[in-house]
Design a protein around this ligand. Structure first.
Ligand SMILES: [Zn+2]
Length: 313
């Protein structure tokens, strides 16, 4: 080749290279501009729609909230809630412990004769502790109320005969509107101290508060704890039959006798007679002594009593 031909070849080679570079650049730009861009936008759209689909998930996260709200309303457990039902003459609180929220309302009463029968209050405390620990538990359809001490003034005065009456010197088991009498007869009546029946039925704040509570809360059966040694007494009047049935069933699981020990005492203005007249199965249970709580026996008594709903309407 001569010099001119080499020059021509060289120029055309450069021209081809430049052209190739231009074509490659155009192609590269075109591939960037056309093909990948829709991909990235479709990805962006995809992530947008992907984040758009979770939007129902916040609503699905919101839906569990309403389903969570019924949980608190699903019968909260009542295990020893204290209800102050009134106050004594000397302004001491009358405390009822509530266990359960069932439709059948049962009640345990203690301390109506204050310090003279202090072991009934001690027993009520033992029962309350075991109910709280679930050592004793009633059926789900039972509400159990425990009044640990109806006569806190007498209890505070003396753990003995002087502690039997309330601060007005009234026997709180003679003050009810059931054959109420200012005076009663019987050589075998309690006579260690002079004691009255009150000015009239329910003259005392303690008996009035308990009567109101029993009616308001529609209590269906009760055991009124006393001491000592006379056995089981059943309330008279409307629910006499049910009261007698309860006393009888309790006598089967305990050494407490039913019918009780015979006495010539005229029992007037009594709590169980008033309760029974209101349709409540009501029993007086006398512990064996003034000192022992008879706990083991009364755990069996509780088993029968807590199942008492089967006899109720
Ligand atoms: Zn008593």
């Amino acid at each position: 080749m001569n010099k001119k031909k080499w020059q021509l070849f060289f120029i055309s080679l450069i021209g081809i290279i430049v052209l190739l570079l231009i074509v490659l650049n155009v192609l590269r730009f075109a591939s960037l501009a056309s093909a990948p861009q829709p991909v990235s936008t479709s990805l962006a759209l995809a992530t947008n729609t992907a984040t758009a689909t979770p939007t129902p998930s916040p609503t699905s996260m919101a839906t569990p909230l309403p389903t969570e709200t019924p949980l608190p309303s699903a019968t909260p457990e009542v295990n020893g809630k204290v209800i102050i039902i009134g106050y004594s003459v000397q302004n001491r609180s009358l405390e009822v412990y509530q266990f359960g929220t069932g439709e059948h309302h049962l009640m345990i009463l203690a301390g109506i004769h204050g310090g003279y029968e202090a072991n009934t209050v001690a027993l009520a405390d033992e029962l309350i502790a075991r109910l709280k620990d679930k050592e004793i538990s009633g059926p789900a359809d039972v509400t159990l109320y425990v009044l640990r001490n109806l006569n806190p003034d007498g209890y505070a005065k003396q753990l003995g005969p002087d502690g039997r009456a309330n601060a007005d010197n009234v026997d709180l088991n003679r003050n009810w509107d059931a054959n109420w009498q200012a005076k009663w007869s019987g050589t075998q009546c309690w006579s260690l101290r002079f004691i009255t029946a009150g000015k009239s039925p329910f003259s005392e704040p303690e008996t009035k508060a308990l009567a109101d509570f029993l009616l308001t809360n529609k209590v269906q059966a009760l055991i009124d704890y006393h001491s000592a040694a006379l056995g089981l007494f059943a309330g008279s009047g409307l629910a006499q039959k049910q009261s007698g049935q309860l006393a009888y069933q309790l006598s089967l699981v305990s050494p407490y006798s039913y019918p009780p020990v015979n006495s010539d005492c005229q029992y007037t203005g009594q709590m169980i007679d008033w309760a029974s007249a209101q349709g409540i199965a009501a029993v007086d249970l006398e512990l064996r002594t003034h000192t022992d709580t008879d706990l083991a026996i009364n755990l069996k008594v509780m088993d029968v009593f807590l199942d008492w709903k089967r006899y109720l309407n």
